[in-house]
Write a protein that binds this ligand. Structure first.
Ligand code: DX5
Ligand code: ZN
Length: 221
């Protein structure tokens, strides 16, 4: 399974979103954090901005929905052309039905778990999803510290996927940096969201390459 780096634009200059995405051509995806000020105490951008941005970049979009009622709102992001759409299981009333709706529209379907949410209730449903996002901070803001206590959950998730023999990605998001990425890769994550680490670097593309190399060296699938 390949190592993928998906920089989050959350802490970039949001007044020049297309320009900021243009600075991460070495990335595999661009991670777009959609927040509604209800599921999390922060507000970013929604479908119209994502649609416009998709027209301005070659990078596939990795949309992370931190919103209430994703069952209603998520399919439109798949229709708009997002390559991957992640919704929080805490907010969905029918995660399997929603995942099928997303796949039907040509997107990869992913569930996200907050740090306090266990993977166990969802293990039997794993084949319905293309990726599991294990949040490594409380969702809502960039620049927080990686929560080491999430590492066992990353490992349990990867072990369950291996036991199934399925090709399901494990993503981590929050506090991912040169200091923390190897631990997450060793626990079995293969897709890494990095916001402040990439956008606070003088050369975002060099930072992406450095992160990818560290993850590659440590990955235990
Ligand atoms: C936080 C967002 C993240 C955030 C990560 O809720 O989901 O994608 O941008 O930022 P860093 O890498 O700075 O922790
Ligand atoms: Zn995110």
């Amino acid at each position: 399974m390949g190592i993928l780096i998906s920089p989050s634009v959350l802490n970039s200059d949001l007044s020049d979103l297309a320009g900021e995405v243009g600075r991460i051509s070495a990335a595999d995806f661009v991670h777009l954090d959609v927040m509604d000020n209800h599921f999390v105490p922060n507000l970013t951008f929604g479908l119209p901005v994502v649609e416009r941005l998709l027209a301005r970049t070659e990078l596939p979009a990795d949309v992370h929905l931190m919103i209430e009622d994703p069952d209603t709102w998520a399919p439109a992001f798949a229709e708009a052309g997002a390559r991957s759409v992640t919704f929080h299981v805490e907010a969905s009333s029918a995660p399997v039905r929603l995942a099928r709706e997303l796949r039907k529209r040509g997107a990869r379907a992913a569930i996200a778990l907050k740090p306090g949410t266990g993977i166990e209730p969802y293990l039997d449903l794993l084949p319905e999803f293309d990726m599991v996002l294990v949040m490594t901070v409380e969702p809502g803001f960039g620049g927080q510290s990686f929560i080491d206590g999430t590492l066992p959950k990353i490992r349990r998730t990867r072990d369950a996927i291996t036991a199934l023999g399925a090709d399901i990605w494990v993503q981590v998001d929050g506090g991912v940096s040169r200091t923390t990425i190897a631990g997450a890769a060793q626990a079995g994550a293969n897709m890494f969201v990095a916001g402040s680490a990439v956008y606070s670097a003088d050369d975002p593309n060099a930072e992406i390459t450095a992160l990818r190399e560290l993850a590659d060296a440590a990955y235990r699938g």
